[in-house]
Design a protein around this ligand. Sequence first.
Ligand code: GCU
Length: 329
Amino acid sequence: AGVLVGLLVATCGYTWVLRQPSGAVGGVAVKELKLGHSLDLNHPVHLAMERMAERLEELSGGRLTLSISPNGQLGNEVECIELTQRGSMALTKTSTATLEGFLPEFAAFGVPYLFRDEEHFWSVLHGEIGDELLEACTTQNLRGLCWYDAGARSFYTVKTPINTPADLKGLKIRVQESKTAIAMVEALGGAPTPMNFGELYTSLQQSLVDGAENNPPSFSSSRHYEVCKEYSLDEHTMVPDLLLVSEIAWQKLSEQEQGWLRQAAADSAVLQRELWKERSDKALEVVQESGVQVTRPDKQPFIDAVRPMHESYEGTDVGALLERILAVE
Ligand code: GCU
């Protein structure tokens, strides 16, 4: 990347900067898009977005760039979505669980044991339903660019292995800011505590919660395993991540710039799925080496316990979406 010469204007989620491209004479106006998210620098989703930034530079010859702020530096997921809606942030990466507060149909991903396997999950995301959900974001001044794998979520606790739902009794479990996540932990018999991801490490340390639930890369890269020594792979939900661009910022881009961004996002999604596989296995090794006991409980009692939750959606829009998801081959 070239040398930053001066800052021109900051508007609509991007900043105009004058840069001196390496080897060139004089400054060139460069549009720098801001992206905020809550994961850390080692997380495979962050690494894929770094790749997106590189691709964008390549495709645009350095004229359109991406500046990524990880670790919730620019706000938690809800705040980042709001900033993106207003156009103060060009892009954000969020979990569909958080998006549920803005677009109720995203609740579907929070319904436990919905997908038969990974293949089913990806047929849904890369098929008609996935496209419709990306499209639905426009009603919220957002535009869905691509899906990122976020694996399956499972419980981890400071000291109680969760072998059956009964083990959750009396335990305070941190959940995402999602009504469905709250309903799930209640259905399983635990006490749900919604909280931002960024606050969780300290809350676990201070025993404000007894545990949480997440995929292996997030459990590992957040270092929650330093406090939580039991990880029970019940794999209750498959909640994907989603890359969102602000509709306001999008409309300010030329067609060519939109094309570069689309392409860079699509390329990052392909790489992300490869990275995800590698990092998920690696994450389990890392946590085990640091003394975490990883168990694989029988899923049936968990499936039985959340059955009323599935039934509770009957006759609703989410219920109709659940049926369509189940019907996908
Ligand atoms: C996953 C997801 C994040 C989310 C986090 C959470 O790691 O990728 O977007 O913030 O879960 O539990 O809040």
